[in-house]
Design a protein around this ligand. Sequence first.
Ligand code: GUN
Ligand code: ZN
Length: 651
Amino acid sequence: MFEVRERDGLGRIGTLETRHGRVTTPALLPVVNPNRPLVSPQELASEFRCEILITNAYILGKGPAREAVLRQGVHEFLGFPGAVMTDSGAFQSHVYGDVDVTNREVIEFQKGIGSDFGTMLDVFSEPSHDAVRAAADVDETVRRAREAAALRGDMDLVGAVQGGLHPDLRERCARGISGLDISVCAIGGVVPLLETYRFRDLVRVIVASKKGLDPSKPVHLFGAGHPLVFPLAALLGCDLFDSASYAKYARAGRMLFPEGTRRASEVGESPCLCPVCREHPMSEIATTEALRARHNLHVCFAAIREVRRAIAHGDLWELVERRARSHPELLLALRELRRHNDFLEEFEPLSRRSALYYVGPETAHRPILHRFRRRLQERYVPPGAKGLIVLPEGGRPFAERFARVVEQVFQVADVHPVVKSAWGPVPLELDHVWPMSQSVVPDAFDVESQEAAEVFFREWAAGAGYPFGLLWEGVSTLEELKARAPGPRVVDWNAARIRATADFQFGGGAAKALLDGTVSFVVSTNTGKVRNVLVDGEHVLSLRAEDGLFTLKAAGARRLHHSFAAPRLRVIVDADAIPFHREGKNVFAKFVRDADPDLRPGDEALIVSPADELVAVAQVTMNRREMLAFSQGLAARVRESVPPPSSAPRR
Ligand code: GUN
Ligand code: ZN
C-alpha cells in the first residue's frame, strides 16, 4: 500500500496506492470546503496535477448536501478523479468546543460516501492540556481508533496521534494506533502550535510521535499547510500535509511565498513565476481572492516539489537549514533537532552523493556528524604515539593539505596527526570518510562553530589517552615537538587508513578480523589511492572513491561472520528466502526476521539464515526498525552471494 522509493533523514519519497490512483509522497492535500470551493476540484486535478485532496465529512454530513453526497459518492459530488481523504470533525470540536456526532456515525458516513481515506473522530488534545487530561485524550483516542478499525470495512482508515505537548503520551498514543488496522497515521492537535509559530514544540511533538509510530505507515501532519514548515516536517518523517492556508490567507488578503507571507496590497511586484502572477497584474491579484488562492496553491505545490527534489538529491537537511533562516521560531526549531540526534541518527543514510555544505553553526550538529564523532569515540582505536599534533581546520582533503607538514613533523617527533575540524576531530587516516573530504566549509568560522570544534575535540582527546596535544602553528612548533615527543615516526598510510576505516565502519575488532594474514593492496594508477584490499590473496574489501568507505566482498563477509557474534552486522532472513539470496537476489523487508540494531541505511551487512549460515553480503536500505515494520519494499541490495562452507576456500 505504501512503498518508499527514496529517503533522506526521516524524509522519504513514497508511493501510496489508492482506489483512485497513485499518490506520490510527500504530498499536499488541499482542503476543499464543500460549501465554498475557491478552486474547483476539477481544476485541482487538471491544472495543479493534484493527486489527493481532503474535505470534511462532518461538514458534509451536517449540511444540506448530505443526501446528494451519499447518493453520488464524494468523488462524483466534488468532481474529482483522484483520491479523497475526509476528516471527521475533531478539528471542529477544537474550534467550537464540541461536535454532535459520534465516532461510529462519522465512520459510517465516510464509508457511505466512498471516501478513500476516512478519519476517526479523535479527541483534540490542546497544547494547554496537562498530563492527566492529555492522558485521557490519548486513552479515548486509542479506544475510538480501535472502534473505527472494527468498522472500517474496505475504507482505508486515518488514525490520529494526540497527547498534547507530552512526549511520553504522544509516543504511547502512536504505539497504540500503530498496532491497529489503519493505513495512515496522522499527528493531530498541532494547529494551535502552527498558528502561533511554535515550531520548536512542533519538532518535539513530531519526534515523540514518530518514536512510537510504525515506520512503514505514511504519516499525515494535520493542518500543516504553510510552505515554511514542509521541509522540516518532511525531514522528520511526515509524508502528507493538508492545507487550508492557501484559502485562509487568500481570504485575509495575503499571499504565500516560500519564505513567508505578505499582504497582497503591499507586494508591488510579485517575484513569483506561477501562471497567476505571470498573467495578472498585481492590482488585480490584490483585489481578487480567487487569484490569490490559486497563487497560494501554486506556491504550496512548488514547495512540496522542492522537498521531493531535495530528498531525491540527498540535501533535505540543507534545505531545512536554509529555510530556517526565514523565521526566528523556525531557527529555534532547527536548533532543537540536535537534542534528538540519537533517534534521528538511526535513520540517517551512511553517505550521500553530494557534498555537505556548511550552512551555519547548526550544520555541525547534523546526525551524520553526530554519528562520525560517536563512532570515533566508540570504534576508533587511537594508534600509539607520544602525543598529538593538532592540525587546524581549512582546505580539504586534510591529508593532502598537510602532507608536507606531517613529513616534517614525523622526521623529528613521534606524534599522531589529528585535525581539529568544525565537524569534530578527524584523525588524518580517516579524512577520506564521507563527509570529511566532501564538505564545503568557509575560510573563517563564526564563534559558535569554533567553540563547538573545541568541545568536540576535547571530548574525544580526553578519552584517547595521549599525554599531550600541541597545536600546529608553523615550523616553530617543530622544536617543542622534538623536545616533548622525540621521534622519528614512520607510518604506512595505506595500512593505517584501511585499519582505521574498517573499525570505524564495521565496529571495533573489524580490522583485526578482516586483515588477519598477508595484506596487499591494489592501488589506483590514477589517484594513487587504495582500491582493493587482499588478504592471503583473497579480495576482502573495496574502497569506494565516492565516500571513502568499504564495499564488503564475500571473503570479507566470511571473516566478519566468523569473528563477530550474532546479531552483529546480520540481517536474518526466513529460511524460505535463502535459496534466492544464494542466487544473488535482493532482500525484501517482508522476509526479514531480525537484524542488527546498529545497521544504518547504506551499511554493508551479512545476510544469514535463522541458523546463522552466511548466504550473501548486501547493502541495507533500511534500519532494523524499518525492516521489521515494512511488508513492502527492498531491505537490502545483495552485492554477491557467499558460497556455502563446503565450497568455500579455506582460511
Ligand atoms: N485537523 C487539524 N487538526 C486535527 C486533528 O487533531 N484531528 C483531526 N481529525 N483533524 C484535524
Ligand atoms: Zn504566483
